[in-house]
Design a protein around this ligand. Structure first.
Ligand code: CTP
Ligand code: CA
Length: 228
């Protein structure tokens, strides 16, 4: 296996991970989505399972194999993802790696929308529930709540603001600038900044698997210190 941990540092813990994009239907053949491969979230789920955790992976539509030892729940929309997260609580640790679509169309057309030679249709949008913020404010808040922040500008400042607003313990900020099609979204590597109450750690660029590995090590360390 790719991941190896000495002992089973997350044994007895339930880790809940969200990953991938969500698809918000417009009509039977079209949807709104985010440019997310799910790779980082799947790698985190795999690493947590290798560390001995019970892992629930709530996955948006992606073409990725389920990592060994991981229980996978497939969803399409943000609202489905929110429900699946709710149904799989409690968790000791939650890691919200999904690139959730911020908006859905207010109404989904029952039939395929057709070009009719007049003006293009206007999509009316409604905001999706914020799964991370809901969890941060809930009675079932996991003891360690970790979010991501995909940013193109003011990466760390935006991540710090998200950490406060969503009541997360840690935010993994990644810089997704670099232009459409050139960015970290879908790529194999990630350059992250780990934002915690103690400050900001800048990690060098590394493969997404190694980000996952190091993150799980950090989680194990945090839990160890908590137990003392
Ligand atoms: N998130 C979520 N539910 C949403 C939107 C985001 O759970 N509806 C989570 C993501 O999984 C991520 C974190 O919140 O862990 C930050 O997501 P991001 O898209 O960066 O933040 P937003 O609050 O949506 O802000 P914006 O996209 O406007 O920067
Ligand atoms: Ca967003």
């Amino acid at each position: 296996a790719f991941y190896h941990f000495d002992g089973a540092p997350l044994a007895g813990r339930h880790v809940l991970v969200t990953a991938g994009p969500t698809h918000e239907p417009i009509d039977p053949v079209r949807y709104i989505a985010n440019r997310s491969s799910g790779k980082q979230g799947f790698a985190i789920a795999a690493a947590a399972a290798a560390a001995g955790a019970r892992v629930t992976l709530v996955a948006g539509p992606v073409e990725l194999a389920t990592p060994p030892g991981v229980t996978r729940v497939d969803v399409q929309t943000a609202r489905d993802m929110a429900a699946a997260v709710r149904e799989n609580l409690p968790a000791d640790i939650a890691i919200m790696a999904a690139a959730v679509a911020d908006w859905r169309t207010r109404d989904v057309a029952e039939s395929k929308m057709k070009k009719r030679g007049d003006a293009p249709p206007a999509l009316e949008l409604a905001e999706n529930p914020d799964i991370l913020a809901t969890l941060g404010a809930s009675d079932a808040r996991p003891g360690l709540l970790i979010g991501f922040a995909a940013e193109t500008d003011d990466v760390v400042e935006n991540a710090q603001a998200k950490r406060a607003r969503k009541k997360a313990d840690w935010i993994i900020a990644n810089d997704v600038s670099g232009g459409v099609g050139q960015s970290v979204m879908g790529g194999a590597h990630n350059t992250i900044h780990l934002v915690t109450e103690d400050g900001v750690e800048d990690w060098p660029q590394m493969p997404k698997e190694e980000v996952a590995m190091r993150l799980v090590e950090r989680i194990a360390l945090a839990l160890e210190n908590d137990d003392d």
